[in-house]
Write a protein that binds this ligand. Structure first.
Ligand SMILES: C[C@](O)(CO)[C@H](O)COP(=O)(O)OP(=O)(O)OC[C@H]1O[C@@H](n2ccc(N)nc2=O)[C@H](O)[C@@H]1O
Ligand SMILES: Nc1ncnc2c1ncn2[C@@H]1O[C@H](COP(=O)(O)OP(=O)(O)OP(=O)(O)O)[C@@H](O)[C@H]1O
Length: 272
């Protein structure tokens, strides 16, 4: 029996400039998006019906989820399969877990049915982060998330920290005070040192409104910033997860180990 597996890696917005709003209420973004070497795993085998079982350390948060994004995505591909999701990424945390799972479901169903993958503009309605997660490479992302331009990234390590406060994306956008300028051209960075220097001049425009929803985000970012070897720290997506950028695996792992045990934390390579 054919079994297909896909990794749903954490999406990190190294920058997130909100540049405007469409008539339908969705916001226009300009964001440098990368992926971390940690994520959920989705596997699937052919079956009579479409079913999903969820396990793993973060599965509990999805127990009462009426319409898992994995099933919504799988239905879009029109196939039947027995799907198993190993949930590692915290839910509603700004690292695109649901969107990454949906993208993984599209890949698994494409593998099982032989159908081709949908285009970015056809999956953005599942979640604004689904196109970028389907692509799963470092990009400059614009539109509401459907326009993707590849960028080159240097070798780097990330520490991710989430205070275990779910932050619904819609609530954060609703608190946004205004719009900002897009990013300038993204240069090629010889090393993570130049990347960090450039990033310090950029923004996540959702950080202020997200802090209104969950003030602890400030504490998380400060804790990352204070870690030895941390080159810069910022919130990802609509929060509450923050990331710290590091040169080496040893510094990233040592840093993650120093963060409060009550938080969800991870050290992972930046996967360009
Ligand atoms: C903030 C980001 O994480 C940046 O990567 C994403 O744009 C969010 O992507 P997502 O979680 O897949 O978001 P969706 O599930 O599509 O949207 C949730 C809600 O966020 C708001 N939303 C989302 C994306 C966007 N470009 N503009 C918006 O205004 C809308 O109110 C929407 O109802
Ligand atoms: N497989 C899934 N994983 C996570 N969330 C899911 C899933 N299926 C449905 N959801 C719902 O989607 C909501 C948003 O999930 P997600 O984890 O993508 O948000 P996020 O981390 O804030 O993402 P983003 O960075 O795109 O804003 C959750 O609150 C949950 O109710």
């Amino acid at each position: 029996m054919t079994r297909i597996e896909a990794l749903a890696r954490a999406k990190i917005n190294l920058t997130l400039h909100v540049t405007g709003r469409r008539e339908d209420g969705y916001h226009l973004l300009d964001s440098l998006v990368v992926f971390a070497g940690i994520g959920d795993t989705l596997s699937g085998t052919e079956a009579e019906d479409l079913t999903l079982s969820v396990s793993g350390p973060e599965a509990e948060a999805l127990r009462d989820e009426p319409d898992n994004l994995v099933l919504r995505a799988a239905r879009l591909m029109g196939g039947r399969a027995s799907l198993r999701l190993e949930k590692v990424l915290p839910v509603a945390s700004g690292i695109g877990g649901g969107s990454a799972d949906a993208a993984a479901a599209l890949k698994v169903m494409a593998g099982l049915t032989g159908r081709s993958l949908p285009r970015p503009e056809d999956v953005v309605a599942l979640g604004a982060d689904v196109p970028v997660c389907l692509n799963a490479q470092a990009v400059r992302m614009s539109g509401i998330g459907e326009r993707l331009y590849p960028v080159l990234m240097p070798k780097a390590w990330l520490v991710l920290a989430n205070p275990r406060v779910p932050v619904p994306t819609g609530q954060v956008f609703a608190r946004l005070g205004g719009f900002g300028a897009p990013m300038p051209d993204i240069p090629v960075f010889p090393t993570v040192i130049e990347l960090a220097r450039w990033l310090r001049g950029m923004r996540n425009d959702l950080e202020e409104p997200a802090r209104q929803v969950a003030p602890i985000i400030g504490t998380v970012r400060d804790a990352l910033d204070a870690l030895p070897g941390c080159l810069m720290a910022r919130m990802s997506g609509s929060g509450a997860t923050c990331f710290g950028l590091f040169s080496t695996e040893a510094e990233a792992r040592a840093g993650a180990a120093r963060l409060p045990a009550a938080w969800w934390t991870a050290a992972a390579p930046l996967e360009a």
